[in-house]
Structures are given as structure tokens and as C-alpha cells.
Ligand binder design. Structure first.
Ligand code: IPE
Ligand code: IPE
Ligand code: MG
Length: 235
């Protein structure tokens, strides 16, 4: 039984760097601390019967960070999968990696681990975890347009054909649109995340930094979401 209307929660996990700098640490220590928040969020989502969780782990713009930070983030994402995927698998988490995994900038070991993890967890049903890695919404939409074009070269498509089928050309057409998009660490922007999918998503921006997130904060997030009145243009 789901005691709330939140089926799909999407999160922009922001504030790792600030968390570390506040403590006089290197920015990378903030990413390391964020692992616990992700793990707590997964447990919380399972406990609250949330079916879909989409987390923004690395954007197409994050390649612009220093070489050291990018290298650390590649290593770190690999390391988390190596150390914890069996545990997540046992909890019934199904992984999908959203984003362009064919990009030459991503190390081969990362690609292999992500593919293996998707395969390992593909029968799990407790929680669908969409891990947005090398993800950018513009990229995703441009790829959908290209797929639609390539697969329909011999057809004359009408605008209604496109409206009805557009989402089928996305990487994972089965993912429902998010009910709530949460961004931590106070910035009130979307940063190229799920632009097409959030047309009627509730937005929530909180001040807490990602490494400080815990079940109590997430309970408050859920209360806030459940108090919203979603009218979808009706009255
Ligand atoms: C989010 O935290 C993690 C990634 C983008 C990988 P940041 O690294 O953006 O942390 P701030 O925003 O600089 O504090
Ligand atoms: C968005 O956060 C990307 C991720 C959380 C992975 P950023 O910190 O990169 O976004 P901006 O720079 O504040 O827009
Ligand atoms: Mg940031």
C-alpha cells in the first residue's frame, strides 16, 4: 500500500562542494559524504513505497569542472557500484542509467559496470532507481528527435503522430513523468534536468545540502508534496 501520491521522485542532489568547503575539506569529500544520503534516500523511498526515484549524479555540463574533480567523480561512481550494487540488488532496486553511455569521455570500466548493474538488477521491482549520469535534457530531446527521424524515414509524420509517439523515442519510454522534483542546496534552477518530463511536476527547492539529507527531511518533503493541489490546468 502506498500511503501517499508520490510515485516518482526526482532529485537534483546539489551542495556537495559547499558542504565540504564549509568544513575546510576538498570538494571531493562532499561527494564522498553524499553517498550516505543516497543510500538513506533509497531506504526511505522503499519504506514509503515510492516506485520511481531519479537522481542527477553527473550532468553533460559537469565535464566543465576541473580535471581532478571529473576524474574523482568517474572513480567515485564506479567505486559505489563495485562496493554496493549487491546490497542494492538484495534490497530489490532496479538500476537504469539515464544519459549517453556511448560518450568516449566516460572510462570503459564505468561503462562496463553500469551495463552489468542494469543486467544484474533488471528483474527487481521494489524500487526503480534511475541514475542520471552524463545526462542532459537537451541531449535527451535531440536524441529522441534523431531516433524518430531515423526510424520513420519512409513515413510522412503528422504533428499528431509526433505528439502520440514522441516519448517512445526516449532512452527509457517506460519511465513515468516525475510527480515531484526536489533540489537541495538552495539554487532555484533546473540545470538541464528532465525538461520535457517536468511539465506538470511539483517543484521543491530546499536549503539543506545533499550530504545533510536524512529521513526526517525527506518526511517533511513528502508532507509538503501531499499538501499540494495538482490541478493540471483544470480548476
Ligand atoms: C552536486 O554537488 C554533485 C554534482 C554536481 C556532481 P556540487 O558539486 O554541485 O556542489 P556545490 O553546488 O558546488 O556545492
Ligand atoms: C546539477 O548540479 C547537476 C547535478 C546535481 C549532477 P550543478 O551544481 O552541476 O548545477 P549548476 O551548475 O548549479 O547549475
Ligand atoms: Mg552544484
Amino acid at each position: 500500500m502506498n500511503n501517499n501520491n508520490l510515485d516518482h521522485l526526482a532529485i537534483i542532489m546539489d551542495g556537495n562542494g559547499r558542504w565540504a568547503l564549509e568544513r575546510g575539506l576538498d570538494r571531493t569529500a562532499g561527494h564522498a559524504a553524499g553517498e550516505h544520503s543516497l543510500s538513506k534516500t533509497i531506504d526511505w523511498a522503499i519504506k514509503n513505497n515510492i516506485q520511481w526515484l531519479t537522481v542527477y549524479a553527473f550532468s553533460t555540463e559537469n565535464w566543465l569542472r576541473s580535471d581532478d574533480e571529473v576524474e574523482y567523480l568517474m572513480f567515485f561512481n564506479r567505486d559505489i557500484l563495485l562496493r554496493r550494487r549487491d546490497e542494492f540488488n538484495q534490497k530489490g532496486v532496479r538500476f537504469r542509467f539515464l544519459g549517453d553511455l556511448t560518450d568516449k569521455k566516460i572510462p570503459e570500466e564505468n561503462k562496463e559496470l553500469m551495463t552489468e548493474t542494469e543486467n544484474l538488477t533488471q528483474k527487481n521491482t521494489k524500487l526503480n532507481l534511475n541514475f542520471a549520469f552524463n545526462y542532459g535534457s537537451h541531449d535527451e530531446i535531440h536524441n529522441a528527435v534523431l531516433n524518430l527521424h531515423n526510424l520513420n524515414l519512409d513515413k510522412e509524420l503528422t504533428i499528431n503522430d509526433i505528439k502520440d509517439s514522441f516519448i517512445k523515442y526516449f532512452q527509457y519510454p517506460e519511465i513515468p513523468f516525475p510527480d515531484l522534483l526536489l533540489r537541495t542546496a538552495g539554487e532555484t534552477r533546473i540545470s538541464n534536468f528532465l525538461l520535457y518530463q517536468i511539465s506538470y511536476t511539483e517543484l521543491l527547492f530546499i536549503e539543506d545540502l545533499w550530504p545533510d539529507i536524512n529521513a526526517d527531511i525527506l518526511d517533511d518533503v513528502l508532507l509538503e508534496f501531499n499538501s499540494r493541489n495538482r490541478t493540471y490546468g483544470k480548476n
